[in-house]
Design a protein around this ligand. Structure first.
Ligand SMILES: Nc1ncnc2c1ncn2[C@@H]1O[C@H](COP(=O)(O)OP(=O)(O)O)[C@@H](O)[C@H]1O
Ligand SMILES: [Mg+2]
Length: 276
């Protein structure tokens, strides 16, 4: 899976041979994304195994959010978008003409930098999306809500105020509620765009443990500016880098190697805090 390649500076570098990653859950092939006719990212290739966490790092404005929002095709809601290349989930292209976008967006959950609970009760935040597809009995709903709030460690904190506004919760609690809401739809893939950047260190630690615990249920991609966090929780790390004003994936390595012995000059300088 890892090849040794000769670099221009005479050193030998490792290269992850993407074609050899077995049973990949998510496969991104030569993806180029244009927003409003402007090329944002180009030639991105990435594979993720089921039940793994991929950290996506890189400087601001390099297209990390664009990449993430391409995977559940919510980018097209924001701006005129053109895609080249392919994104496959379990071998099926998300650009297939038969793709049901509503279903794709339910199955590929997303959590944003700023917690985005709906301005309704804690209970309804989960109940509304859950019942959207198929109505549930009140008893089943109660069980599902307790289960999902427990899975993010929130049940004990909110069980006596389920009908209070979700906006009355702290930032960390709101973010965990958003995770519970996304997880309640049993996503096969979770996209997390800097989910801890507005949280205090204690809430961040809780979120990180939660992501590690949820790994058995879903494959995750997390954009983070916190390199220590990427190192703690991810299996592989992808570095996006601006090349002539366009974002490119310049290194994809196992996280241990990315931080211990990165192969690209960009990753070496980014990991050492010299640029980016
Ligand atoms: N609607 C849009 N149309 C054209 N370009 C956009 C649009 N939204 C964002 N961009 C540009 O896309 C680039 C990448 O943005 P983004 O994906 O948010 O980067 P990152 O998440 O790495 O900070 C930025 O240069 C930004 O200006
Ligand atoms: Mg971003």
């Amino acid at each position: 899976m890892l090849d040794l390649i000769a670099a221009s500076d005479g050193t030998t570098r490792r290269k992850l041979d993407l074609n050899c990653v077995p049973n990949s859950f998510l496969t991104v092939e030569n993806l180029t994304v244009l927003r409003s006719s402007k090329k944002i990212i180009e030639g991105v290739g990435l594979k993720a195994l089921p039940g793994t966490i991929t950290a996506i790092v890189g400087p601001s404005g390099v297209g990390k959010s664009t990449f993430l929002k391409s995977i559940n095709r919510i980018l097209e809601i924001e701006a005129a978008t053109h895609f080249l290349g392919d994104i496959k989930i379990e071998g099926v292209s998300i650009f297939d003409k038969n793709t049901d976008l509503r279903r794709l967006r339910r199955k590929v959950g997303m959590v944003f930098q700023k917690p985005t609970p709906s301005p309704v009760s804690i209970f309804k935040n989960i109940a509304i999306p859950l019942c959207d597809e198929s109505p549930m009995s009140r008893a089943d709903l109660d069980i599902a809500i307790e289960y999902n709030l427990s899975s993010v460690g929130l049940w004990e904190e909110v069980k006596d105020k389920l009908h209070s506004s979700a906006l009355s919760l702290s930032g960390g609690q709101q973010q965990r509620l958003c995770m519970a809401r996304a997880m309640s739809l049993s996503p096969s893939l979770m996209l997390l765009d800097e989910p801890c950047s507005s949280l205090d260190p204690m809430s961040t630690a809780i979120m990180e443990q939660l992501l590690l615990d949820l790994r058995s249920q879903t494959t995750m991609l997390i954009v983070t500016h916190n390199l220590a966090q990427a190192k703690r929780i991810s299996d592989q790390t992808a570095l996006f880098w601006p090349v002539n004003g366009v974002g490119k994936l310049v290194e994809l390595s196992r996280t241990r190697e990315f931080f211990g012995n990165p192969s690209s000059l960009e990753a070496r300088s980014y990991v050492n805090g010299l640029s980016g």
